[in-house]
Design a protein around this ligand. Structure first.
Ligand SMILES: Nc1ncnc2c1ncn2[C@@H]1O[C@H](COP(=O)(O)OP(=O)(O)OP(=O)(O)O)[C@@H](O)[C@H]1O
Length: 248
């Protein structure tokens, strides 16, 4: 059963709300070449949810994620993280915000080829305040046995799981994943989704996943459908699929 979420009834300053946006707008370029990537997005994401963002190519999903993650600034509108307005942060504060609270996972894993899996994760654990050990992070993604392997010795799915271990080792409150299975076959993709589901459930991290694979929506608490820079629909799943049961 699905019910439509009534985002308007939630309080944007509520401490249980990880992200709230109001009238979020992003225009790239100016005049006749202006691209309206976001056209007034009002959104709330409660802490601890697993959220899936679906929408056609070019509908604004990555732009939204980049703004929520402090990688980009909106042209207009507001964006709050636990009630704190990201638009009022200077570059230094945004850097700390990203370092302390946000983990990113992208379609391509961006691992250092000359470092082992363990060393890739240690790049983060060395600079974080209260990190998991590299061993703990690799155990979380099921790769304890591969800690001393180099990226070239790992499959695509395993490399993505190392990238996830690196992103979660600092114990971020939020994990943003932009097409995390885009380069993977269905078996590896399912394993990556199982890991993301466990991170959401065991670490309590809010996990936001952009995907073109509509079937992944079944494991989300909240599915946000994007079209043409706007939210077309928000659907709550009252029953969630296990990642291991996903078929695509
Ligand atoms: N740096 C940029 N300069 C100009 N236009 C941009 C820039 N980044 C994105 N856009 C445009 O903004 C719109 C939204 O792009 P965005 O990448 O957010 O969409 P998306 O839904 O994530 O797409 P995809 O699923 O293909 O990744 C697109 O029309 C895109 O071409």
């Amino acid at each position: 059963m699905v019910i439509n979420a009534d985002v308007a009834t939630m309080d944007r300053n509520n401490s249980e709300i990880a992200f709230a946006t109001t009238g979020l707008t992003r225009v790239y370029g100016e005049g006749s070449v202006a691209v309206h990537a976001l056209r007034g997005v009002d959104l709330q994401i409660p802490q601890g949810e697993l959220v899936v963002l679906l929408g056609a190519s070019g509908s604004g999903k990555s732009t939204l994620l980049n703004i929520l993650g402090g990688l980009d600034q909106p042209t207009d509108g507001e964006v709050y993280f636990f009630g704190q307005n990201l638009r009022q942060m200077d570059d230094g504060a945004l850097t700390l915000y990203r370092r302390d609270h946000i983990g990113f996972v992208f379609q391509f894993y961006n691992l250092m080829p000359s470092l082992t899996a363990r060393e890739n994760v240690e790049l983060v654990t060395e600079i974080a305040d209260n990190p998991l050990t590299a061993e703990q992070a690799l155990a979380l993604v099921g790769l304890s046995e591969r800690a001393d392997h180099f990226p070239a010795q790992l499959s695509g799915g395993e490399q993505q799981r190392v990238a996830i271990a690196r992103a979660v080792a600092k114990q971020p409150r939020v994990l943003f994943c932009d097409e995390p299975t885009g380069a993977l076959d269905s078996t590896s993709g399912r394993q990556v989704m199982e890991v993301l589901q466990q991170i959401n459930q065991r670490l309590g991290a809010t996990v936001v996943i952009i995907t073109h694979a509509a079937t992944i929506a079944g494991m989300a608490d909240r599915v946000i459908h994007f079209a043409d820079g706007q939210i077309r629909e928000v659907v709550m799943n009252s029953e969630k699929s296990l990642a291991q049961d996903l078929v695509w």
